[in-house]
Ligand binder design. Structure first.
Ligand SMILES: CC(C)(COP(=O)(O)OP(=O)(O)OC[C@H]1O[C@@H](n2cnc3c(N)ncnc32)[C@H](O)[C@@H]1OP(=O)(O)O)[C@@H](O)C(=O)NCCC(=O)NCCS
Length: 198
């Protein structure tokens, strides 16, 4: 059972105050509405399916059934907005390789390029690492150039497996982060948030 004890009050680089916290069961309507607000392209890039505006119960369950040990989903909220949901990110431990987890990140179309994906990624890095995860993996569609560039900029080492792009990070090795604005941002969020996320 996840509580909102981990609620972080943070400021984006453009000065916007935001709240970043784990999703709770009561967030079902929030997540469904955020999904509805995504462009069809962004929905496809994140979920790899074109089933319209409605997020199915199975996927909602998959996002919300957290146990902190094997899966977490966090949301970034702008409390000044009528609809506060702006982005979310998850990690799931690989049951066949407990030292590895898969990460996924999603930011509403009009809020991309504000540093939100990178901030959420830092939260995923720390919470997964604290749960004993050492390698993070992310999958993208080959044509999702934007996400692939962002992931590479954040230090993900990628390869094509014949179907999708597979990116990996060694969470123990911060020295492997490249000298890009995104990786610099990531490293500074890791430094700021590590003491706050126990
Ligand atoms: C991929 C995705 C999550 C990235 O989220 P985002 O909030 O746009 O990411 P950020 O703003 O943190 O970083 C993206 C851009 O900002 C740049 N950036 C990050 N920090 C920066 C900084 N401090 N100064 C300047 N630029 C910076 C990055 O280099 C990148 O630049 P680019 O757009 O020119 O490539 C988002 O595009 C998305 O939701 N896509 C659809 C879903 C998807 O594809 N998910 C798969 C990911 S697993």
């Amino acid at each position: 059972m996840t509580t909102i004890d981990d609620r972080l009050e943070l400021t984006l680089r453009d000065g916007t105050p935001v709240i970043v916290r784990p999703l709770i069961e009561e967030d079902r309507a929030l997540v469904a509405e955020a999904y509805r607000r995504l462009s069809p392209e962004a929905r496809y890039q994140r979920f790899w399916t074109r089933t319209g505006e409605m997020l199915g119960k199975k996927m909602l369950d998959r996002l919300l059934d957290q146990d902190r040990t094997n899966h977490m989903t966090w949301a970034l909220l702008d409390p000044a907005r009528r609809f506060p949901g702006v982005g979310g990110a998850s990690w799931w431990r690989n049951p066949e390789n407990p030292a590895e987890a898969e990460i996924s990140v999603m930011v509403l179309d009009d809020d991309q390029r504000r540093g939100i994906g990178t901030l959420l990624f830092a939260v995923m890095w720390i919470t997964a690492f604290r749960a004993g995860v050492e390698q993070m993996v992310a999958y993208t569609l080959v044509e999702n150039h934007r996400a692939a560039k962002w992931i590479r900029d954040c230090g993900g080492a990628g390869e094509w497996d014949g179907y999708k792009l597979v990116f990996r990070w060694d969470l123990n090795n911060l020295d492997a982060l490249p000298e890009t604005p995104a990786a610099t941002d990531l490293a500074s969020w890791l430094a700021v948030l590590s003491p706050r996320l126990l």
